[in-house]
Design a protein around this ligand. Structure first.
Ligand code: GLC
Length: 611
């Protein structure tokens, strides 16, 4: 297989912007970059080098990917269609290595997957590397998982099967053993400029005063002293993950170039990890500053010019008011996809409270996505469930009442007093933080609760009905439980998120035992039912219908669909709100014949026939 040759840093100092100027996205790129870097003496040279880098990438883009670009251009909303389903997995846990993932393609096809998010499979730091998020080389596959050729072969095989590969692209940091970090440690001034290095502890304290904490328990603070640098290096996450200094245009150039190299291997979507942290400003939390948006929009422009099939997904996890802006707007398109973290968290809260109040509030506050963009709707992922994503929906409560309510919801899952078997994450600090656990363990499979499957169906039903791209987290489709084995591994035992990162249970995937067969069948029914719902548009964005029954969530999807969910453990009579002419797409029963919703039950009423 002929692979496009990667570009390597540093790029030529001269370039030619004539061909770039012909790209429709060039004016947007230049405008954004001028706002970010226009003050730099070398700004013109920087633009030329960027143009040269884009030209070089364009000239080696393989024909099969140009064909894919054209096919996707003809159907730009393919990932928002009723038949598109996403799946998220670790390469080593799902297929062993990249070649093993190829072997699992028929399984993905059976699930209806059209978008496969593989967690970071790039060369990572030795030892603890935050599950691969401490990247030592953005262009190289982790040797035990395969080679660049294996990656290109995987993207091609997936593409033949109608599946796009989404790869993590860790925008915010490199590992401390990345060659640029190593050069910085050796004193290279240019490399030092890639990071935020501060030698004065007073200044560090000034910055720190405004910042939040991502891992208050396992990695408190945002700076790490490194004697070799004679400085504190900014480390939002773990001390070995060094934040990149995006106010340096060299960082933009290096990252844009790496992204294009990966796009030329067939990566069709990028999960832009930690996208809210890219720009820093003293005095505040340095989160989601306007410059982050300028950077992301410029990166989108670069992709549109060279690899137009590429989709960007922002990894911003927080309240809906924080995640939605990363989709941009009609005039400033940004990412194509954003995690609907608020909705996901509200689903779990609703189950705990037996009341859909927080879901209703999140949906009411979620703006309809701009054209050609949408939400990732999901139930679980490789990270914890962060309860603070719901704080704004409790703004009507006092701070104490808010904290007490969140604490009660969290305790429902992590106290061991209910059917749920979750474990609190980073919870030793003052506020309520997060929760770890597989969906099956949180819904009652682990404790043998008879309603477990109904609860899992309800939560995934919400993800499948709310519009956007529903994402299945590996193992949920089989009802896989928590995996406590990480507690015996010295590199992982401090990190509770490994609780919900089990190895794929191939035996269950065969559907041999009754339980996994039932869960797989449930997902198949959801897949089919979803095809009866209208595709997500402004007109069909979920619109909450107030029902005055706390446990009952009802939203319409355009004029043709009404979805009803019972988040309580009691049956809810619904005869009086029947949808005229509607039919439940799961059972084909006419709405007039449905007089109640079973505990944790749901019906999706549409005018059209079930698929
Ligand atoms: C993202 C990832 C998370 C990781 C962090 C730092 O939030 O999802 O797993 O720890 O970024 O890279």
């Amino acid at each position: 297989m002929d692979l496009p040759s990667p570009q390597s840093y540093p790029f030529p100092l001269e370039g030619d912007i004539r061909s770039a100027q012909r790209d429709p996205s060039w004016p947007k790129i230049v405008t954004n970059l001028a706002a970010l870097y226009g003050d730099h003496a070398e700004f013109d040279g920087f633009l030329k080098r960027l143009a040269a880098c884009m030209d070089a990438a364009r000239s080696v883009r393989p024909q099969r990917l140009k064909t894919l670009d054209a096919a996707r251009a003809a159907d730009p909303d393919w990932f928002l269609g009723a038949s598109a389903i996403g799946y998220s997995a670790y390469v080593e846990r799902f297929g062993g290595n990249l070649q093993g993932v190829v072997k699992n393609i028929p399984y993905l096809q059976r699930l209806g997957v059209r978008y496969l998010h593989l967690l970071p499979f790039w060369k990572a730091r030795d030892g603890d590397n935050d599950g691969g998020f401490a990247v030592a080389d953005f262009r190289q596959v982790r040797p035990d998982l395969g080679t660049t050729a294996d990656l290109a072969a995987l993207t091609e095989a997936l593409s033949d099967a109608g599946i796009a590969l989404c790869a993590d692209f860790v925008l915010n940091h490199t590992s401390d053993d990345h060659p640029i970090a190593q050069a910085a440690l050796a004193g290279d001034a240019r490399a030092r400029g890639f990071y935020h290095l501060i030698s004065n502890p007073v200044e560090v304290a000034e910055w720190e005063a405004g910042l939040g904490q991502v891992f208050p328990e396992t990695a408190p603070g945002n700076f790490t002293w490194r004697a070799e640098l004679s400085a504190y290096v900014w480390t939002t996450f773990y001390p070995f993950q060094w934040d990149l200094n995006w106010s340096n245009p060299e960082v933009f150039l290096e990252m844009a170039s790496a992204m294009l190299d990966l796009a030329n291997l067939g990566v069709e979507a990028f999960r832009l990890d930690s996208a809210a942290y890219l720009w820093k400003e003293k005095g505040g939390p340095s989160k989601a500053l306007p410059q982050c948006h300028l950077i992301l929009q410029a990166l989108r422009g670069v992709c549109e010019a060279v690899a137009p099939c590429v989709k960007l997904k922002s990894e911003v996890i927080g309240p809906v008011a924080e995640t939605a802006p990363f989709l941009g707007d009609k005039y400033h398109p940004e990412c194509h996809l954003a995690y609907h973290a608020g909705l996901m968290t509200a689903g779990w809260a609703a189950l705990a409270e037996g009341d859909a109040d927080l879901i209703r509030r999140v949906l009411a506050e979620a703006p309809p996505p701009p054209p050609h963009a949408g939400w990732i709707t999901y139930v679980r992922c490789h990270d914890d469930i962060g309860w603070q994503s719901l704080a704004p929906q409790m703004a009507h409560l006092s701070a104490e009442a808010r904290e007490a309510r969140l604490r009660k919801i969290a305790a429902f899952y992590d106290s061991g007093a209910t059917y749920a078997r979750g474990v609190a994450f980073q919870a030793s600090g003052s506020g309520v933080h997060g929760l770890n656990g597989m969906a099956a363990s949180l819904t009652g499979f682990e404790t043998g609760d008879p309603s477990a499957l109904a609860r899992l169906r309800l939560l995934y039903g919400l993800a499948f009905a709310a519009g956007g791209l529903p994402l299945i987290y590996m193992g949920d489709e089989l009802g896989q439980l928590n995996d406590p084995s990480y507690r015996d591994d010295p590199d992982r035992q401090h990190e509770g998120r490994w609780l919900h990162r089990p190895a794929f249970d191939a035996a269950r995937a065969d559907g041999q035992d009754a339980e996994s067969a039932a869960v797989l069948a449930m997902f198949e029914a959801l897949r089919r039912a979803r095809m009866a719902l209208p595709p997500l548009t402004h007109e069909s964005a979920p619109l909450v219908v107030e029902m005055e029954v706390p446990g009952l969530l009802a939203f319409s999807r355009g004029a043709d669909a009404l979805c009803l969910f019972n988040f309580s453990s009691e049956a809810i009579p619904i005869g009086r709100i029947a949808f005229p002419l509607g039919t439940d797409v799961f059972t084909s029963r006419p709405s007039a014949a449905i007089d109640h919703l079973a505990p944790f039950g749901m019906v999706w009423l549409t005018r059209g026939p079930a698929a």
